[in-house]
Ligand binder design. Structure first.
Ligand SMILES: [Zn+2]
Length: 288
């Protein structure tokens, strides 16, 4: 494949992957076990997941490192294994897709509240994200993808940490609620205004409360940062509890139609999040 930046500059759509967490639970990840542990304990299952997305048409796969920062891993007493678990994840993804897709080193929130509401300082957060990004880079990822952020200062710490630790392109997507604001009250416009100038390669939305707010998020970001490359990687609709199981209410075909709409509104990087599967990626692939 081409260099990532050349590819994006050509204006073509970049198709990412779908859910990791919900897929791993289906593959037997027990509740309460850190998914990152499977990078060393069940490597075949991680490789199989990446390959399923590759075969469905994903051009970018995200490493199984969403909770891979030291602060987050420490909650499962795995804080000392940051480097090992992130490097392992990166090399599994590379092994799975070879040069047929880009490998994105996934960075999610620490799960701690930032100051002043919580105890985590922006400096400490930046340090923990830099450590994770460095390990992902050592493992051979092509880019860093910071995702599902809701707190602006944590997102900023992650972007700064990734930029400090690597020279790789950095994507950042936040999780928005129905009114195009994150749970912490950050508007899409605010996020784009603050984060895009830090040197991002793409910015946008992932996860979140369904699909309805995506057009508003894209419009606000486009206005706040006209030159930004935009991401739309939403959940498979809204979660519903059916028979004790969480299911998402948008089937693959309908989801793909919405994604093509978002492409029409300026999203260049697309994919799916919670509740999705390779079937969703295949449906998007056939429509765009
Ligand atoms: Zn999600």
């Amino acid at each position: 494949m081409l260099n990532l930046l050349e590819y994006l500059d050509s204006g073509k759509i970049l198709l990412a992957d779908g859910a990791t967490g919900t897929m791993l639970m289906e593959a037997g990840l027990p509740p309460g076990v850190a998914p990152e542990l499977w990078n060393v304990e069940q490597p075949d299952k991680i490789i199989a997941l990446h390959q399923a997305y590759l075969e469905a048409g994903s051009q970018v796969v995200l490493t199984n490192t969403f909770g891979g920062s030291r602060v987050k891993l420490a909650k499962n007493n795995l804080g000392e294994r940051v480097s090992e678990l992130n490097r392992a994840a990166a090399s599994l993804a590379r092994q799975a897709v070879g040069e047929r897709a880009f490998v994105a080193g996934d960075i999610g929130p620490t799960g701690e509240l930032m100051q002043p509401m919580g105890l985590l300082t922006e400096e400490h957060a930046q340090q923990t994200f830099a450590e994770q990004a460095a390990a992902l880079a050592e493992g051979g990822v092509d880019l860093i993808w910071i995702e599902t952020m809701t707190d602006l200062s944590e997102a900023r710490a992650a972007v700064m940490g990734a930029r400090q630790a690597t020279n790789l392109p950095v994507f950042c997507s936040l999780s928005f609620g129905k009114k195009a604001r994150t749970m912490m009250g950050v508007s899409a416009a605010q996020a784009a205004r603050e984060l895009w100038p830090l040197g991002l390669t793409a910015i946008g939305a992932n996860c979140g409360e369904g699909l309805e707010m995506i057009p508003e998020v894209l419009a606000q970001m486009r206005q706040a940062a006209p030159e930004a490359r935009l991401i739309a990687k939403p959940n498979a609709g809204l979660p519903k509890l059916i028979g004790g199981q969480t299911v998402y209410d948008t089937p693959p075909q309908d989801f793909a139609v919405r994604i093509s709409e978002f492409v029409g509104l300026g999203a260049q990087v697309v994919g799916a999040c919670c509740g999705s599967s390779p079937e969703y990626i295949r449906a998007i692939r056939s429509i765009i």
